[in-house]
Design a protein around this ligand. Structure first.
Ligand code: OAD
Length: 248
């Protein structure tokens, strides 16, 4: 039995008896769908693009057409991408546990396309635009327009995503925080855990004695129950974990 086998077996036992599982995902879960992460030194978005220019209110005020173009390109790529086995494993997991709260920092919509219900989108969505004047949220708009306008009032639309320096959507954050406080099992998947407040959620759960799994490609630090770490690909590890726990 390898270390990985042992961690999967032990954590699967927690999943089998869990009443409420909370899952936090980040860019790493979509990496195997071909969507770049943010902080990979070679392929990460922030190695090639300036977040101050493209993901901040000041950047949008300076050059809204440039910001819109960047998000439009990301939206087209997300639509062309397919959910991978990790997204599907979480959709499957939801069928086996009494309660599952899926919280994502991703804006690509791949969890929903894999069949996960009620996804909490902490950082908004590439598939939504918001009116700068009346705050209305739109799921379609004129995609050919360089600076799309609100169909209700004609004011400028902006991507409905969270930019640096902005607050997270209040309801989504409350739901995520409550899940971290109340769950008995927490999984953090494919996130570097450096962006707050999402980064605090596993610590909150650990503070309440939940069993916590951290799964990413970073070198796993030594951990002992109730904290578990796996250094591996989500698309390989998650299906194994769900199979081990529920035989699917
Ligand atoms: P990061 O790019 O910071 O981290 C990606 C994580 O995924 C790293 O820990 C990788 O080791 C891991 N990873 C990569 N491929 C993986 C795979 N196949 N399986 C498992 N893990 C894998 O992305 P996030 O943590 O999501 O915010 O970044 C958080 C936030 O920072 C983003 O939502 C974005 C960004 O600035 C905003 O834009 C507001």
């Amino acid at each position: 039995m390898t270390d990985l086998d042992a961690v999967i077996t032990a954590f699967a036992a927690h999943l089998r008896t869990a009443r409420h599982v909370a899952v936090l995902t980040g860019a790493g879960i979509s990496a195997e769908s071909g969507i770049p992460t943010f902080r990979d030194a070679q392929t990460g978005l922030w190695a090639h693009f300036d977040p101050e220019e493209l993901a901040s209110p000041a950047g949008f005020a300076r050059n809204p057409a440039l910001v819109w173009r960047w998000y439009a390109e990301r939206r087209v790529k997300a639509c062309a991408a397919q959910p991978n086995p990790a997204h599907y494993a979480l959709a499957e997991l939801a069928k086996h546990v009494p309660q599952l709260t899926l919280i994502t920092q991703n804006i690509d919509g791949l969890h929903q396309r894999a069949g996960s219900p009620h996804v909490i989108e902490l950082h908004g969505s590439l598939h939504h635009a918001r009116c700068m004047a009346d705050g209305s949220v739109h799921t379609t708009w004129d995609y050919d327009e360089k600076l799309p306008r609100c169909p209700n009032c004609g004011a400028m639309l902006r991507p409905d995503v969270v930019w640096f320096g902005e607050m997270l959507p209040r309801k989504a954050l409350e739901t995520a925080w409550e899940a971290a406080l109340k769950c008995d099992v927490f999984m953090s998947i494919g996130t570097s855990g450096v962006v707050e407040p999402a980064a605090s959620l596993p610590r909150v759960a650990l503070g309440r004695d939940a069993a916590v799994l951290i799964l990413n490609l970073e070198q796993a630090t030594a951990a002992r129950p109730p904290l578990f770490t796996i250094n591996g690909k989500a698309g390989e590890v998650l299906p194994r974990l769900v199979r081990e726990a529920f035989g699917k």
